[in-house]
Design a protein around this ligand. Structure first.
Ligand SMILES: Nc1ncnc2c1ncn2[C@@H]1O[C@H](COP(=O)(O)OP(=O)(O)OP(=O)(O)O)[C@@H](O)[C@H]1O
Ligand SMILES: C[C@@](O)(CCO)CC(=O)[O-]
Length: 380
């Protein structure tokens, strides 16, 4: 076992195709240079401790409790068995055992406002820890992040990839160079972690946070493999604007499922229209171009799907007022929007950008002026 190790992974922006990607359409995602960083270090006592300050969670468990949980999840729930699968299986029964443990052990502070976020993070942590460390191993995990949590910038995938990278590296299952083979393993295990947080994620978020850069991603239908096309990322400057409206991705996905049940025709048309739009955007993207009008149109389709929010619409309206295109990014329902800033050095464009920034600040929004397309998960 190594000494202390540190692993970090970026967030992401979905440029086009969120939600439709869950239903097998293509989507484009690009990494963002805001990182989650996990430090792992050996402990001198028979305990496992995880500290997630971004969600105010600090838990320490004895080996006796870990062994108890290991016995409950059963003999098949361990690295050597699970890692043999290309898609690591997660049985509902295993999730239920871990959820029950988190509840009965009172791991979540009573009457916590962030109880949902804390429970999911604790379940994902334990789900990974139990599988990856076949024997209880005394470790302290500390996770810091620059990303807003639950705001559409892929905090859960970035949390997953940095945690998985740390666990696999400290247990000697991958090297510290994070070779292509190591990244493939991190991606598969980060997807496994995402299932604890999201239920049925498409896999796009863990892919882009693991490999970095830009990807055109399509989930495989009927158990088929996903397809991914890594694209040399055109340099994309964007404002990432946080509404500060909290939401969870799994809750927003449930909302879209409700529309599907109530009005299948409408839902299907929106999915198809997003699919067609993404195909157009991919064509441009391959030629190094981002089409502003498609960004705006994609936002309108997401509005029709019912996943926008008045605060998101306000940001997009302000962007339009100053001649820019924007859309919500990620699951929506709150969280973040991104506003595309085309390449221009004219004084007029700098002036309108500054006016937009002032208006966003006056309206109470936080934003980052950033370039998209950073590196993926890495050992520091
Ligand atoms: N730094 C972190 N520490 C602990 N848990 C985290 C951290 N970041 C994310 N999480 C977990 O992930 C959950 C947020 O996932 P969610 O998918 O709702 O948002 P997101 O990943 O930011 O958005 P999107 O999926 O739209 O990109 C949190 O509620 C928490 O359980
Ligand atoms: C909303 C969604 O399409 C993107 C979340 O970043 C969910 C997913 O792809 O798993």
């Amino acid at each position: 076992m190594s000494g202390k190790i540190t692993v970090s992974a970026p967030g992401k922006v979905i440029l086009h195709g969120e939600h439709a990607v869950v239903h097998f359409k293509k989507a484009i995602a690009v990494s963002v240079g805001l990182y989650t960083t996990v430090e792992v270090q050996p402990l001198n006592s028979d305990r496992v401790t995880f500290q997630f300050p971004a969600i105010a969670l600090d838990v320490s468990l004895s080996f006796d409790h870990i062994r108890e949980l290991q016995a409950s999840v059963g003999i098949d729930y361990r690295y050597s068995r699970l890692d043999a699968h290309k898609k690591i299986p997660l049985e509902p029964a295993s999730v239920a055992v871990i959820q029950d443990f988190v509840k009965t052990m009172n791991l979540i502070p009573p009457s916590s406002e962030a109880a949902g976020a804390q429970a999911k993070a604790a379940e994902a942590f334990l789900g990974l820890y139990l599988a990856i460390f076949e024997e209880p191993t005394a470790l302290l995990f500390n996770c810091q992040t620059e990303l807003p949590v639950g705001a559409g910038l892929g905090s859960s995938a970035s949390f997953a990839a940095s945690l998985v990278g740390g666990m696999l590296q400290i247990s000697g299952k991958i090297s510290e160079d994070f070779s292509l083979g190591d990244l493939e393993k991190i991606n598969r295990w980060a997807f496994f972690s995402e299932k604890f947080v999201h239920g049925s994620p498409s896999g796009i978020d863990n892919h882009v946070t693991t490999y970095g850069g830009a990807v055109v991603f399509q989930r495989g239908e009927g158990g088929k493999e996903e397809t991914t096309e890594n694209i040399i990322c055109p340099e994309i400057r964007a404002l990432l604007v946080n509404t500060k409206v909290a939401r969870s991705t799994s809750a927003i996905i449930q909302k879209t499922n409700q529309l599907r049940q109530e009005n299948l025709e409408k839902w299907q048309k929106i999915m198809d229209d997003i699919g067609t739009l993404v195909e157009q955007a991919v064509e441009g993207f391959r030629k190094n171009s981002v089409q502003a009008e498609l960004i705006q149109k994609n936002h309108e389709l997401l509005q029709q799907l019912g996943v926008s929010h008045p605060a998101l619409d306000k940001i997009i309206d302000l962007a339009q007022l100053f001649g820019y295109s924007g859309k919500l990014t990620g699951a929506g329902g709150g969280g973040c929007a991104f506003i595309y800033i085309p390449d221009s050095t004219s004084q007029k464009s700098e002036e309108s950008l500054n006016s937009l920034k002032n208006s966003l600040t006056e309206a109470g929004f936080l934003f980052w002026d950033t370039k998209l397309g950073s590196r993926g998960v890495r050992s520091l």
